[in-house]
Design a protein around this ligand. Structure first.
Ligand SMILES: Nc1ncnc2c1ncn2[C@@H]1O[C@H](COP(=O)(O)OP(=O)(O)OP(=O)(O)O)[C@@H](O)[C@H]1O
Ligand SMILES: [Mg+2]
Length: 512
């Protein structure tokens, strides 16, 4: 093995027009090491890695692989150097099986399915992956798709692996499984770079952490010599206190009263089972549950995007109205939105829902700005004003509000997605996975914004993954398990353990 690093990036610079995404960066990755690449949204992590994966070519600087200078001008060159990258957005072909995807574009494209399957099985056994080579991609969970992506690069003999925010879309259990596989690969001498915004993951899986700030290389530290506070300081450039303010709204009033909500999906599976709850204006109602427990269906049902079984009722009490409410069931999504019920669902593919990639922020604001009974934006802020406000308050890193959204960094796309809903000043704000892919600083800005909304009397419904955050941010937490409400608790009186138990309440009683 020797001491030669697997990868050396020397004085690497990459510019996009006026933006210097990477400014004379020096980075080293060793064999048998897991390196975390850390930095705020838009700090240049993905760009730097894309120069190793052959998507971008540096304007300046040098790359060495195992001590040898190389020129990487295409993904093929990267493969030849033993580099494989798992991107933030997967690049699999849906109608193909795992095995077909693994061999897609590989040297001898003539498929000997038996040999391929055997080889895949060998890789799985060696590192601890679980995957059915004959399964089609469209039948796969996100985690399975990711597994296929990783096997794909290993199949081609990659010994340098780059994982760009692999955990952003995984459940904690899936993340643990991925980390175990990574540890096995490390023991086998592979060099790995992982990008993640979750500092506990950085502490858990990496040996060393390298930090970028605004395109510049700030430094690197051994993981054992650092902690989340120090890392945040390196990232942001100053000390930041990470705590969530929790003011109380004087008199919360019912805003949404949901009764007997049942949703059955296209193949007859009950996704929501007789759910009843009240969301108050002036309150953050947290929704906790294992991924896929019905969170998405719940928000969509309220937004009018799910067909509900008969007997359900969703009464909406606008702020202005005294007493009389409106039944939302049977209303169209547009009517519901116009009434002031906003939904921001951050999907696994951020550009997949709600944002139009080639358009800028301003035009994307326009997609949301309609109001009942009035002309476009009559007495509302103009889309340009909204875009400016989102840009300023959330610190969206973009050359202008007309810059195509799809060219923003992953986290900045997300800020636009969430910011757009908040900027509409709704009276019910429902948001799911609002901080997915956001750096820690921005996550706290989002928490503050949600609290600010609450203090304006908005009913905030927040589906979250991080129990510590839910407990600090929310006033009450509704836990759902298998589509049923397993408990509604007051955050001032509950514990993480109690919420955790509620998350699996019915699973344990049923079959285990
Ligand atoms: N193809 C492109 N054209 C123009 N600008 C780009 C392009 N790709 C990236 N940028 C800009 O370069 C900067 C760095 O982006 P990059 O995607 O590398 O950030 P990142 O650290 O990966 O952020 P995130 O954590 O949000 O994913 C950003 O300002 C981004 O807008
Ligand atoms: Mg990125």
């Amino acid at each position: 093995m020797g001491n030669t690093p697997a990868v050396e990036m020397i004085n690497v610079t990459k510019r996009f027009g006026k933006v210097t995404a990477n400014d004379h960066v020096n980075l080293e990755i060793r064999k048998g090491e897991i390196l975390s690449l850390l930095g705020e949204n838009g700090s240049g992590k993905t760009t730097l890695m894309n120069m190793l994966s052959g998507l971008y070519f540096p304007d300046e600087g040098e790359i060495r692989i195992n001590g040898e200078p190389v020129t990487i001008t295409s993904p093929k060159d990267a493969f030849d150097c033993g580099i494989g990258m798992i991107h933030q957005h997967f690049k699999l072909v849906d109608v193909f099986t795992a095995a077909e995807n693994v061999t897609l574009g590989a040297e001898n494209s003539k498929l000997d399915i038996k040999a391929v399957t055997a080889h895949i099985k060998e890789i799985c056994d060696k590192y601890g992956f679980i995957i059915d080579p004959a399964k089609k991609v469209y039948d796969m969970s996100v985690s399975e798709k990711q597994t296929v992506e990783i096997i794909k690069v290993l199949y081609r003999g990659a010994d340098i692996l780059i994982l760009d925010e692999p955990t952003a879309v995984l459940t904690p259990q899936e993340t643990d499984r991925l980390f175990n596989v990574m540890r096995n690969m490390k023991a086998d001498g592979k060099a790995m770079i992982i990008i993640t915004h979750k500092l506990h993951e950085v502490m858990d899986v990496s040996d060393r952490v390298a930090v970028l700030r605004k395109g510049q290389y700030i430094g690197d530290v051994a993981t054992k010599d650092t902690n989340p506070d120090k890392l945040t300081e390196m990232m942001v450039g100053k000390k930041v206190t990470l705590n969530i303010a929790h003011p109380k709204y004087p008199n919360p009033t019912p805003r949404l009263v949901v009764k007997n909500l049942t949703v059955v999906d296209a193949i007859g599976v009950k996704r929501l089972d007789n759910v009843s709850f009240t969301a108050y204006g002036g309150e953050i109602l947290g929704i906790a549950g294992i991924a896929g427990s019905g969170q998405k269906e719940l928000l969509e049902a309220v937004a009018g995007l799910q067909i509900t079984e008969s007997g359900a009722s969703i009464m909406y009490y606008p702020r202005e109205a005294d007493g009389a409410g409106t039944e939302l069931i049977g209303k169209s999504p547009k009517e519901i939105r116009n009434a002031g019920v906003a939904l921001s669902f951050v999907p696994e593919d951020r550009l997949g829902m709600g944002l139009v990639g080639p358009m800028g922020m301003t035009d994307n604001m326009l997609l949301r700005s309609f109001r009942k009974g009035k002309g476009l934006f009559a007495d509302r802020k103009t889309p340009k004003e909204l875009a400016d406000r989102v840009m300023k308050e959330l610190g969206v890193v973009t050359p202008s509000t007309d810059f195509p959204v799809r060219r923003l960094s992953g986290g900045n796309v997300q800020k636009v997605l969430v910011g757009r809903e908040i900027a509409q000043e709704p009276s019910v704000l429902m948001t799911a996975y609002a901080v997915r892919g956001l750096d820690i600083n921005t996550s706290y800005i989002i928490y503050d914004l949600l609290t600010e909304q609450k203090m304006k009397g908005v009913a905030v419904v927040y589906v979250g993954e991080d129990l510590d955050v839910l407990l600090e941010l929310a006033d009450r937490i509704m836990v759902i398990c298998g589509g049923q409400v397993s408990g509604i608790v007051d955050t001032a009186k509950t514990t993480k353990e109690e919420v955790g138990l509620l998350m699996t309440k019915f699973r344990k009683e049923g079959n285990s």
